[in-house]
Design a protein around this ligand. Structure first.
Ligand code: ADP
Ligand code: MG
Length: 248
């Protein structure tokens, strides 16, 4: 469990970013402590994906400072690699390698990035595939799996790298409704094990159940940060209230 004295996992200080002349992030300030679970929501186009992609430098910020696990993200690619090794990311569209089996998807980075032996990597992969409840799919290809199963493989694949922080970008929004629960259940169990998580999601049941803080973004800004209880029952800003009225 996180507390105000837990070490800091991620800090964004006055972070701004532009796509050409369009400012997509405006002076973002956020501190995430070890073990903290943050849910990020907000209208489409508000900068949620861009913000979390900046945390493992899939996007480059132009102003301000981002520090992950004590390492500042700059153009020093060695340090960027170090950060990426410890930050897992799960996307809306799974992003599995279609020509590799589930097991190969899970062992690729541990073997090539962590220099782990194949046997060990496979053993660890099977442990995580069991944890996400699909060990029997290990030798299939992603295309042979349902969306929910593919997303659970994507989560297992991230976990094989033993990340310190997990980033989720709308992990359930491309799934058929009946598959949403199996993925959320996996995320809930990850949260209960103390994983530091930043999740962009509009699954408000998930937010209520696991979030320590809910962040609402609009037009490139963090408009509101609150506990889930306060966020839902007593939104501080008109824009938050409007957003909630549209999704709940
Ligand atoms: P969200 O995830 O909240 O829907 P995004 O971070 O994806 O928002 O996008 C925020 C804004 O930045 C949108 O207006 C989007 O069109 C724009 N944007 C995102 N990626 C790019 C890009 N690579 N080039 C130009 N504009 C982009
Ligand atoms: Mg997005």
């Amino acid at each position: 469990m996180q507390s105000a004295s837990s070490p800091v996992a991620v800090t964004l200080s006055d972070v701004s970013k532009w796509f050409h002349s369009f400012q997509v992030l405006k002076d973002i300030n956020l501190t995430v402590r070890n073990g903290e679970r943050i849910v990020i929501c907000g209208p489409s186009g508000s900068g949620k994906s861009t913000m979390i992609r900046c945390i493992n430098r899939l996007e480059v910020h132009q102003q301000g400072k981002i520090v992950v696990g004590g390492i500042e993200l700059t153009n020093d690619l060695k340090r960027v690699d170090e950060v990426r090794r410890d930050v897992g990311m799960v996307f809306q569209h799974f992003n599995l390698f279609p020509h590799l089996t589930v097991l190969q998807n899970c062992t690729l980075a541990p073997i090539w990035v962590r220099k782990m032996g194949r046997r060990d990597a496979e053993e660890i992969a099977m442990t995580y595939l069991k944890r996400v409840k699909i060990p029997e799919q290990a030798h299939k290809y992603p295309g042979q799996l349902s969306g929910g199963q593919q997303q659970r493989v994507a989560i297992a694949r991230s976990l094989c790298m033993n990340p310190k922080v997990m980033l989720f970008d709308e992990p359930t929004s491309a799934l058929d409704p009946e598959m949403v629960k199996e993925v959320l259940d996996t995320m809930v169990s990850l949260a209960s094990e103390g994983m530091t998580m930043l999740c962009v999601t509009h699954e408000m049941g998930f937010a209520r159940e696991v979030a320590d803080r809910v962040i609402f973004m609009d037009a490139g800004q963090i408009v509101e940060t609150n506990s889930p209880d306060e966020f839902f029952s007593n939104p501080q800003h008109e824009r938050t209230a409007l957003f909630l009225s549209q999704i709940l």
